[in-house]
Ligand binder design. Structure first.
Ligand code: ADP
Ligand code: ZN
Ligand code: ZN
Length: 731
């Protein structure tokens, strides 16, 4: 066959490919081409070559240019991406576009950008800045470069222009140097620091995994401080000595300099770090370093899973239970699940590690799909915290804190220790109410109350982002007696300032850590004991050790125990174990206190008295009885529109499609349509429909057939809708 047609996947939200005529340049499958699309040109991936088309040849437009002479992705990764597009029901062109660096998406060549790096010259060092009063940007440029060389693009990021750089170069004060890679990697490695001798559990885990360099999935369940990272480091040795690469995924919040440095310190090999702070050029360079085997170890968050490693030897997913591995919009993949798939495609081991494994992974370990490796011995001087339940029934609460909790805090603070409080609710108070008539300030666009943010003097809707000044009068009776209801982190913070004026409090949540580097600064300040009381949401529990925190309080356990999200108790248990493992040290053991109105709650009891494993077994049993994941697999269709009846009608029709062709007793079920937990958001009415299948295969098969019909429904073009395969968040 001499191909004359290329089938191209384009980054458009359509579940099909497009035919183009091949010109003098022959494209390759998996490589990029530039093609005309409507009035513009688009960059797409060739997914097949053919000598025929369903369309008359003269109507088919020719390829504009062939960009790649070789496939962009190594074959196993390309196979994985194809599989993921089918499994998550996300258009292939869009999926491929999402996972490639933006420079490639725009059609730039897949080769290293030679980046100019600017350095200060001798005369630039001597130049008095006062002489540049009339050219403040030039002065700023000199100041920046005096403290170290910077790349051209980094300089542009600081809002300096190319013209300013040129002007200063012309004066001879700065000069460019070529940015050469530090160390192209020649296979092999050396351990460049003293490493501890493994204890027998660690040694056993390493030996088990190393015994078989082919595909296998290993769940390492190890309490915090049991030396999981040390096991990972040991697993890298045979991989690196074969000249293979290691891919290590960490949760968003876990990608700290400390983590990265542990890998950098151990081996003299190039380490590439992929995180959201990279600019486009850095991202492309990291991608190329993986592809060309210039990087030996690649560490990154969720999307690093798609690094095109040339010769991958192992994949490690740390804190595998972490919710940040699931992408929550557009291409809704789960990086942990795809890591297992990728390991299968590449035929290499996949290691999942956690102190608190997800119920999904524990289930896979129990049924023998994964090897279960347990680390129970705490290495070094780590120590297990004590814990207790505070029954707060009938107790007076001051901004959510009971008197026994306050007394315990005073005890720990008075001897110079730190205290950490968890409250998973941002803002001052979850609602503002009229004391006279009970009126509540409600978002006009959502079925939700405004959250009171006293510091900024605003009411904010946490669902649609609407903000407005705090009213002085009730919206119903006009009374000025407006009071706050419930407690958020901000209120807790101000209450603590009056309860403990002699101690400094810091609040760490999404509201105040948006700025780049902010979290890092706060963590340093905490370690330097500039603050004695720390208030946090769940994000504080991950990956950070607080040796001087000897008391941890979970302020509101009940909201998790009685949430309408079936995963909330699992998250609470994980938080509890994580904080218990990170507080205190041998000489100063920590104490974790839980405030609850339901001390007898069965899950809480098993967690407190028998530990995470026993909790997990009980929770799995509940999930089994209710046929919830991991005992079934969900596909969640979310739909929304300004007209509620239209959404309901659309999902009703979708349901009819899903119901229409049940394979004989296949164990699938459809639930809904039902209003979403937050029925109205930003003025749109939201409904959802759940499709439940007994296996992933069934989920995939049934949905892909049904979706073809659902996409044909006229209403499918009138409402906004999306499909979330194995959703992590059901709201
Ligand atoms: P985890 O990742 O499970 O929290 P780490 O690997 O970070 O545990 O280990 C916790 C601490 O114990 C680290 O300081 C590490 O260097 C040390 N450590 C780990 N394994 C050993 C060992 N076998 N002997 C001595 N120290 C160890
Ligand atoms: Zn709103
Ligand atoms: Zn009123």
């Amino acid at each position: 066959m001499i191909p004359i047609i290329a089938q191209v996947a384009l980054p458009v939200p359509l579940h099909k490919t497009f035919d183009y005529r091949i010109g003098s340049d022959m494209p390759v499958i998996g490589g990029r081409v530039r093609v005309p699309f409507g009035k513009q040109f688009k960059v797409g991936i060739v997914v097949a070559l053919s000598d025929t088309s369903d369309f008359p040849l003269e109507q088919i437009k020719p390829i504009n240019s062939v960009i790649d002479a070789a496939p962009l992705w190594p074959s196993p990764l390309y196979q994985l991406l194809n599989w993921a597009s089918r499994y998550y029901q996300y258009p292939l062109g869009d999926a491929l576009g999402t996972v490639m660096p933006s420079h490639l998406r725009k059609g730039k060549l897949a080769q290293r950008e030679r980046e100019r790096v600017w350095q200060i010259t001798e005369s630039g060092k001597d130049q008095p800045l006062t002489a540049l009063n009339r050219a403040p940007k030039q002065a700023r440029l000199l100041t920046l470069l005096r403290s170290g060389a910077m790349t051209h693009s980094d300089l542009l990021d600081t809002e300096l222009t190319a013209a300013v750089i040129k002007a200063v170069e012309d004066k001879g004060w700065i000069a460019p140097v070529e940015n050469v890679r530090a160390k192209p990697w020649t296979p092999g490695y050396a351990v460049v620091e003293d490493k501890p001798t493994l204890n027998h559990e660690q040694a056993m885990a390493v030996a088990t995994i190393n015994a078989n360099p082919e595909f296998g999935c290993y769940l390492i369940e190890g309490v915090t401080g049991s030396g999981k990272t040390e096991v990972y480091l040991n697993l890298l040795e045979p991989v690196l000595s074969k000249g293979q690469q290691a891919l290590i995924l960490v949760p968003e919040i876990g990608l700290t300099p400390q983590t990265i440095n542990r890998f950098r310190r151990r081996f003299n090999v190039p380490v590439e770090v992929l995180h959201s702070g990279l600019n486009d050029t850095e991202r492309l360079n990291a991608w190329l370093a993986a592809r060309d085997n210039e990087a030996a170890i690649i560490i990154g968050t969720r999307s690093a899973l798609f690094s095109p490693c040339k010769s991958l030897g192992i994949i490690i997913v740390d804190e595998e239970h972490d919710a940040s591995y699931k992408q929550q919009d557009s291409f809704r993949y789960h990086a942990r699940d795809l890591a297992v798939m990728r390991g299968h495609e590449e035929n290499i081991p996949v290691v999942l590690g956690s102190a608190t494994p997800s119920l999904e992974s524990l289930h896979n370990a129990t049924t023998g799909k994964y090897h279960h490796l347990i680390l129970s011995i705490r290495a070094g001087n780590a120590v297990k915290a004590k814990h207790g339940v505070l029954d707060i029934r009938g107790l007076y609460l001051e901004s959510g804190l009971s008197a026994p909790m306050i007394a315990e805090m005073r005890k720990h603070l008075s001897v110079g220790n730190q205290v950490m409080l968890f409250l998973n609710r941002r803002g001052y108070a979850p609602a503002l109410m009229c004391h006279e008539c009970g009126w509540l300030a409600e978002c006009k666009r959502c079925d939700a109350y405004y959250t009171l943010h006293q510091q900024s003097g605003e009411l904010r809707c946490h669902h649609c982002g609407t903000q407005r000044p705090i009213p002085h009068q009730c919206g119903s009776c006009g009374s000025t007696q407006l009071i706050s209801v419930g407690v958020g982190t901000e209120q807790l913070e101000s209450q603590l300032a009056s309860l403990f004026p002699e101690y400094k409090t810091i609040r760490i949540d999404r509201d105040n850590t948006r700025r780049k580097g902010a979290l890092e600064e706060y963590l340093n300040a905490i370690h330097n004991k500039e603050y004695q009381i720390l208030i946090g949401t769940q994000m504080l529990a991950k990956g950070h050790h607080f040796p001087d925190v000897t008391l941890v309080g979970l302020v509101d356990v009940d909201s998790a125990l009685f949430s309408n999200d079936f995963r909330a108790p699992e998250r609470l248990a994980q938080l509890f174990v994580q904080v218990a493992g990170r507080a205190g040290r041998a000489s100063k053991p920590g104490l974790v206190l839980l405030q609850t109105h339901h001390p007898e709650h069965a899950l809480l009891q098993s967690l407190i008295h028998k530990g995470y494993d026993s909790f997990a077994r009980a929770a799995l049993q509940e999930r089994h009885q209710a046929q919830l994941p991991p005992f079934s697999f969900f596909g969640l269709i979310r739909a929304e529109s300004h007209q509620s009846d239209m959404v309901e009608q659309f999902l009703q029709q979708a349901r009819t499609v899903l119901d229409a062709s049940p394979l004989e007793d296949d164990g699938c079920a459809v639930m809904g349509p039902a209003p979403a937990p937050l029925h109205r958001r930003a003025g749109r009415y939201r409904w959802q429909l759940i499709f439940q299948a007994p296996s992933r295969k069934m989920l995939q098969q049934r949905l892909s057939i049904a979706l073809q019909a659902i996409r044909q429904l006229p209403l499918s073009k009138k409402v906004r809708w999306s499909l979330d395969i194995e959703p992590q968040d059901m709201s």
